[in-house]
Design a protein around this ligand. Structure first.
Ligand code: MG
Length: 494
């Protein structure tokens, strides 16, 4: 984009206001989650919603410039990407009336409070009317977007461009039976199953912070463009290619939770940090999609971070900062970070059982959207499906259908992105292993070469390409769960 045509210059000049408003709300949101005193929440909420209305207004005003660029000849990939990304936003606003958007916003604000109350009392009935209301509103939103097509698919496309329920059905029809077999095999020997002593070990938070900071150095995170803070629910936010933030968490027990939050979020951050600087201040300066983003965080967390080679690499740091690990050798540490155990809670799930949790939520969402199940049946449906998949039953609603915050945010059709992320992480592993001596590079602490490969093949493009275009470009295929299964098979059964 060195020589920009007039249409592109005009569009980007006008887009700068939208960019700045988004930048401002990201800073406000980051502050809200990290440093803001509790009572600041009401003023911050008002401010955020005013800024987002402004961003919406200025986005809608981009219409003539977007149309002018779309009409121009011989668009570059980047120009096509800008038209695509911005047209999707305009399309949303033109199909979904602002009255519906504000009804959804109001309903989610109330639902969040009700969900918290319901979860603390472990009683679905507190949440039920809110879920019913939100479901109706989201069905309406989906129907508006679908224009006669499938409402759920329309919502899926909003959260992951181009994703449909038929793609997800294909993924799960392959993944679920194979994972069941694999899980049975892994459970029959005792290498990865059974409790590990370190799961109960308490740690000192300041010592753990030093370990996390050493891990950031191993991952070669740039000091002047990146920082890490603390929040209850870890997240990543890229204010700009040169200012990317992550957070991590400290529970004081079972240190792998904090360690892998740090590595997971670093994976998201590496993506944002390696977007081409040419794309700064454009609508393309973010990851291709949430599924692609999740693939990168999972790749670093699981494929790299939970490998034997990575454990060998960071073992000296673990031992230096957490003295209670001294009697555990590499094998023991490796087993500790890879314990396989069917769990009721999604966020605690290991690599082998995680996707069952997503299949369960997807199954329930589909039934709700197709009118095959009522909201009142959700707790029963949840418990039965978990038992079918993993052979365990929640003891109460808090451990079951109330565990995740997503539905209270109106987040239907967004869980499948996590499995899409795992599938794409598997595809990355297959491809990178063909081109690099991947495991040796980890062993030799040449993390930079792995980062460069991902930067060259995926990260640099930002959202220039749609998730499907990018998969075709990098892997020559779409949503293939086989590499993920092969990776898991090799790892857990040799
Ligand atoms: Mg993530």
């Amino acid at each position: 984009m060195i020589e920009m045509r007039k249409e592109t210059r005009d569009l980007l000049e006008k887009y700068k206001t939208v960019w700045a408003l988004n930048h401002a709300s990201q800073v406000m949101r980051w502050d809200l989650e990290t440093y803001m005193p509790l009572e600041g929440v009401s003023a911050r909420g008002t401010s955020l919603s005013e800024v987002s209305l402004l961003a919406q207004k200025f986005t809608l005003e981009l219409r003539p410039e977007i149309d002018a660029l779309a009409r121009a000849k011989d668009l570059t990939d980047q120009e096509r990407g800008m038209v695509r990304v911005l047209s999707r936003r305009l399309d949303y606003y033109s199909k979904v009336p602002s009255d519906l958007i504000s009804r959804i916003q109001k309903a989610t604000t109330e639902a969040r409070v009700a969900w918290r109350q319901a979860r603390s009392k472990s009683d679905f009935n507190f949440f039920k009317p809110h879920l019913e209301n939100l479901l109706e509103l989201k069905k309406e939103e989906g129907a508006r977007l679908a224009e006669g097509g499938d409402a759920y698919d329309a919502l899926l496309d909003q959260s992951e461009e181009g994703l449909t329920s038929s793609i997800i059905d294909q993924i799960f029809s392959k993944l679920i039976p194979s994972l069941k077999q694999l899980l049975a095999k892994v459970s029959s020997d005792s290498i990865f199953t059974g409790k590990h002593e370190l799961e109960e070990a308490k740690y000192d938070i300041s010592a753990m912070a030093k370990l996390n900071s050493d891990i950031l150095s191993v991952l070669d995170m740039p000091q002047n463009r990146f920082r890490m803070d603390i929040s209850a629910h870890p997240f990543t936010t890229g204010f700009d290619i040169d200012d990317v933030r992550i957070t991590t968490r400290y529970e004081g027990i079972d240190f792998k939770a904090s360690m892998y939050s740090t590595i997971h979020e670093s994976g998201h951050a590496i993506y944002e940090l390696q977007i081409s600087k040419e794309l700064a201040l454009t609508p393309l300066a973010r990851g291709a999609s949430s599924g692609f983003h999740e693939s990168q965080s999972r790749f670093w967390e699981n494929v790299v971070g939970r490998s034997k080679e990575f454990i060998q690499l960071i073992e000296p740091y673990i031992k230096r900062h957490l003295a209670f690990t001294s009697k555990h050798d590499t094998d023991s540490l490796y087993r500790y970070v890879n314990v396989v155990r069917p769990s009721k809670i999604r966020v605690d799930a290991d690599e082998l059982t995680y996707n069952f949790h997503i299949a369960l939520r997807y199954k329930i969402e589909r039934q709700l959207f197709e009118g095959k199940a009522e909201v009142s049946e959700v707790p029963q449906l949840w418990d039965d499906t978990l038992e079918e998949y993993l052979g365990i039953r929640p003891n109460n609603d808090a451990e079951g259908c109330l565990q995740d915050i997503h539905w209270s945010h109106g987040g239907f059709a967004s869980f499948p992105n996590y499995t899409v992320g795992n599938v794409i992480a598997g595809m990355c592993h297959e491809r990178i292993s063909k081109e690099l001596e991947f495991r040796e590079l980890i062993q030799q602490k040449k993390i930079k070469e792995i980062k460069e490969w991902l930067g060259r093949n995926i990260h640099q493009y930002g959202s220039t390409y749609s998730p499907k275009e990018l998969q075709q470009k990098v892997f020559g295929k779409l949503y293939d769960p086989t590499p993920l299964l092969e990776y898991l098979r090799f790892k857990f059964t040799g």
